[in-house]
Design a protein around this ligand. Sequence first.
Ligand SMILES: Cc1cc2nc3c(=O)[nH]c(=O)nc-3n(C[C@H](O)[C@H](O)[C@H](O)COP(=O)(O)OP(=O)(O)OC[C@H]3O[C@@H](n4cnc5c(N)ncnc54)[C@H](O)[C@@H]3O)c2cc1C
Length: 312
Amino acid sequence: MTGSNKYKVIILGSGPSGLTAAIYTARANLNPLVIQGQLPGGQLTTTTEIENFPGFEDGIFGAELMEKMTKQAQRFGAELLMKYVTKVDFSKKPFKIYCEQEEFQADAVIISTGATPRMLGLDEEKSLLGFGLSTCATCDGAFFNNQEIVVVGGGDSACEEAIFLTRFGKRVRLIHRRDELRASKIMADRVKANPKIEIIWNSGITKLLSDKTNSLYGAIIKNLKTNEETTIECAAVFYAIGHKPNTDLFHDILELDENGYLITEPEGTKTNVAGIFACGDVQDHKYRQAITAAGSGCMAAIECARYLEENE
Ligand SMILES: Cc1cc2nc3c(=O)[nH]c(=O)nc-3n(C[C@H](O)[C@H](O)[C@H](O)COP(=O)(O)OP(=O)(O)OC[C@H]3O[C@@H](n4cnc5c(N)ncnc54)[C@H](O)[C@@H]3O)c2cc1C
């Protein structure tokens, strides 16, 4: 390992939380290293227009927003590295971070590795994400005013998203693989009682349909009991089948909840190991928004700076 691989702060991940942490720690003269991971800029680079990030009254493309955040972090001296962390050792200080064979050391670490929305695995998903296919009702519901909307899932999140989407959609069809919702009874009852929601039981999507302009216009649905396929028309399909927090690296190293999210102190970003902080979607299964991720990135940077001051 060369001396240049030792940092005060290393940030894992370059989504809104990691880059906000980078801006704040860089402005605090902590010269952070950001290890960007396999998706530089994070989840927002996989979508099109963002209408709810404050400061952009006409909206902004996800990739453009993340480019601006990246440049802002670099402007204050954050170093960005296009590598992927494969192992960490937080058992003693300095903390060790490995990208394959390469070792990095840090006095403090901010984890902002995000979460990955679960997909069905259909071929068309990649090209249609942001063009009618969405994984976030809060983010994209407003684009589909008075149109036909489909939601996939059967848990509490799917029910919550379906109910939320009735504010916009002419009708919301909830497609579920079983003949009973997995959601809590209270949520299931609310969905069933909502006149704008129609549940399509025992069914799954086998194909997403799009036109020449790559806009989604429908889906093929298969009844899993009869194998009968039908085509339905809709302007949007929302997947609400869960997220996988990107925490495989931290199993048996940091405290995780039953769904694999990093546990941080209430209203803070400290993990159970002093000097290791976590922010953004990797520790937040509730809000999962760019602005909340950025907000917690700021909190992590401030807590990290205070930790370093107290432990210098
Ligand atoms: C299609 C889509 C549309 C969305 N639209 C909106 C919207 O309109 N408005 C809104 O507010 N939110 C939206 N969201 C949600 C928003 O993108 C997330 O809440 C936000 O990006 C979370 O930020 P984050 O920094 O916590 O993590 P992420 O953005 O998930 O970034 C995680 C980062 O960690 C890195 N990483 C992962 N593993 C490793 C590793 N082992 N080593 C190094 N780096 C690693 C990745 O490369 C990535 O850079 C959308 C999400 C999706 C998927």
